[in-house]
Design a protein around this ligand. Structure first.
Ligand code: ADP
Length: 593
């Protein structure tokens, strides 16, 4: 089996040359031989005719030998032809080559058929004597209807055969030379065909290895040239397509990279194939588990997620905690073209905030229910007692009704505060801004709280700034804030303590400060006191008529004004509340929140 086209082409080429040379050579040789034979025959026939005319018909039988000698001497003889006259007994009676005494008798098929009386008979026959080759010819001389003599001629054709042989040798030699030349030519020819094919195949291999900048030189217009052209076209298209794909991939990668959702993908065998930065951040790790099974186990995600998903091919959502974060993972299987599971994409979302809000909502509902239940229970039990007969005792009845009235008040405060907060939440609050002189505003409120402070024998000290400083705010709501803060300071400070109130300013803010030296707030509680219903000491606060919503509302109001409320406190040392008002407040500042 010849493997390469080159070898096949060379073999074909050589075979062709061989066939042509052999056929032509044989044809030439055979024609040559035929021509030579014909010419010899012609000569012999002529020779015989001359012997017949000049010797046999001219001389008596006894004079035949002399006649033949005469004939040869006349120059009618050719060295290659030998003539003999044979009588009916088959005896040679005269010959051109020898004297009468040494006449040689010939007996062969040519002479026999001439003797048998065939009028003019000629036959080619080759005899080999001393390595010479002869052609023989015998013709009967018929006199009166009988064969009288036979003229037998022989011609030595060795030289002719020799020259034919030489021609044959020359032909063989030329075939050999032609063969070698054909081999060389074939090689060159095959190279011109296989060369480009070879280079094409090497370039194609390079292309397959990923080197896309492959071009083949197009040297000709033939089929191979066209093939090279097509190859170049294919390579450029391929490189375009690949770069297009690369671009798309990059785009996707950039999108994945910049997404806030974490994206992980696992292939069919469950091996991690992609993981973006957000996923790592959400999972709070630098390296994610390499396979889905251990990923699921590591984060303790509901067992069977994977199995379920493979079966149903539907997206599964799972929530789980990673440290402080509450994550939602949606496992979506993706299918191959044949609807076979090809892998799983996991999208991670940070649901901590949602979870927190949800918890807050639940807590809020629980708080509201609880806050309402306590006064309701009191109201109910006192009402029952009254109905059971306490009504008869006027004094007790009055006392009970006062309690019922107080509890109803408390419920109505609670509902009022809740309504206010809900309005803030729904953005249903419009501020009616006006310029308020800080000194006079504080002194009004301090005066109003004086009775409370007096009741607890506390000293309420207000230090005015002493110059015209104004804030732009909603007077009613700010009054509510400052009242709440003042009331708290008084409420959460022991009898005989001091509450200081003063205002100051920096470049950006005007501040109203309320400082007490009361019970203070612990570090743990401090960040939470602005939450709804948050109270450090629930029983105490409730006993003092607080709803636990005052500071939450104060915070909302301050933020609506573009300002804020802050607290500094030390356990058992005291608390300082600061209200911050923007100096150059504009409408947008106020309504930003
Ligand atoms: P409450 O109606 O209970 O006073 P607030 O929202 O006004 O509700 O206050 C929340 C909690 O913050 C209070 O229950 C109290 O524990 C704490 N608190 C507020 N002001 C002070 C203060 N000046 N000193 C100590 N604790 C305070």
């Amino acid at each position: 089996m010849m493997k390469s086209i080159k070898a096949k082409l060379i073999a074909m080429y050589l075979g062709l040359v061989m066939i042509v040379m052999i056929v032509c050579g044989s044809f030439i040789l055979i024609s040559l031989q035929n021509i030579e034979n014909k010419r010899a025959e012609e000569q012999m026939r002529l020779y015989t005719e001359k012997i017949k005319e000049q010797v046999v018909l001219n001389y008596e039988e006894s004079g035949f030998q002399d006649g033949l000698i005469q004939f040869t001497q006349n120059g009618s003889n050719t060295s290659q032809i030998q003539g003999n006259i044979i009588n009916t007994d088959g005896k040679t009676i005269a010959s051109t080559i020898s004297s009468r005494s040494a006449l040689e008798d010939y007996r062969n098929s040519v002479i026999i058929s001439a003797l048998s009386g065939t009028e003019a008979f000629s036959q080619k026959s080759r005899t080999e004597e001393n390595g010479d080759i002869y052609i023989e010819y015998a013709e009967p001389v018929i006199v009166g209807g009988d064969v009288k003599y036979v003229i037998f001629t022989r011609m030595n054709v060795s030289s002719i055969y020799e020259s034919i042989d030489q021609t044959r040798r020359m032909l063989v030699l030329s075939v050999a030379i032609a063969f070698v030349l054909a081999a060389v030519m074939g090689y060159i020819f095959a190279n011109t065909i296989t060369g480009p094919i070879l280079s094409l195949s090497t370039k194609a291999k390079e292309l397959a290895r990923g080197r896309l900048d492959q071009t083949v030189k197009v040297n000709s217009d033939d089929e191979i040239g066209q093939l090279s052209d097509s190859f170049n076209y294919m390579a450029s298209e391929l490189s375009n397509t690949l770069s297009e794909m690369k671009k798309e991939k990059n785009k996707l990668e950039i999108i994945l990279h910049n997404m806030t959702d974490g994206v992980l993908s696992f292939d069919k065998s469950g091996t991690l194939s992609h993981c973006n930065m957000a996923a790592l951040e959400l999972l709070g790790t630098e390296k994610v588990e390499e396979d889905l099974e251990s990923f699921i186990n590591h984060y303790d995600i509901t067992s069977g997620v994977y199995i379920d998903m493979v079966d149903s091919k539907a997206t599964k959502n799972v929530n789980f905690w990673v440290g402080e974060k509450y994550l939602n993972a949606s496992f979506s299987p993706y299918l191959s073209e044949k609807d076979i599971l090809a892998g799983v994409v996991v999208v991670l979302q940070d649901n901590t905030e949602m979870k927190r809000l949800d918890e807050m909502r639940k807590e809020f509902v629980a708080n509201v229910s609880h806050e309402l239940r306590t006064p309701l229970t009191t109201v109910k039990s006192y009402a029952e007692t009254l109905l059971d007969g306490a009504l008869e005792d006027r004094e007790t009845a009055e006392e009970f009704l006062t309690i019922i009235n107080n509890e109803a008040d408390r419920m109505s405060f609670l509902v009022r505060d809740l309504l206010q907060l809900s309005r803030f939440d729904n953005n249903q609050i419009d501020l009616s801004l006006s310029r308020i002189n800080v000194d006079s505003f504080i002194s009004e409120n301090v005066k109003a709280s004086k009775i409370l402070a007096d009741n607890k024998k506390q000293e309420l000290i207000f230090t005015p700034i002493g110059r015209e400083v104004c804030i732009t705010a909603d007077r009613g709501r700010i009054t509510q804030v400052i009242n709440n803060v003042l009331t708290n300071a008084i409420k959460y400070s022991p009898e005989g303590s001091t509450v200081k109130v003063w205002a100051d300013e920096d470049e950006k803010y005007i501040r109203i400060n309320v400082e007490d030296n009361g019970i203070g707030i612990s570090k743990n509680d401090l960040p939470r006191i602005f939450e709804r219903f948050y109270r450090v000491d629930k029983a105490r606060s409730r006993a003092m008529g607080g709803t636990g919503l005052g500071l939450a509302i104060a915070k909302e109001i301050m933020e609506r004004h573009g300002g804020k409320i802050t607290v500094e406190s030390e356990m058992l040392q005291g608390t300082k509340m600061t209200l911050w008002f923007l100096k150059n407040i504009t409408e947008t500042d106020a309504e930003q929140e």
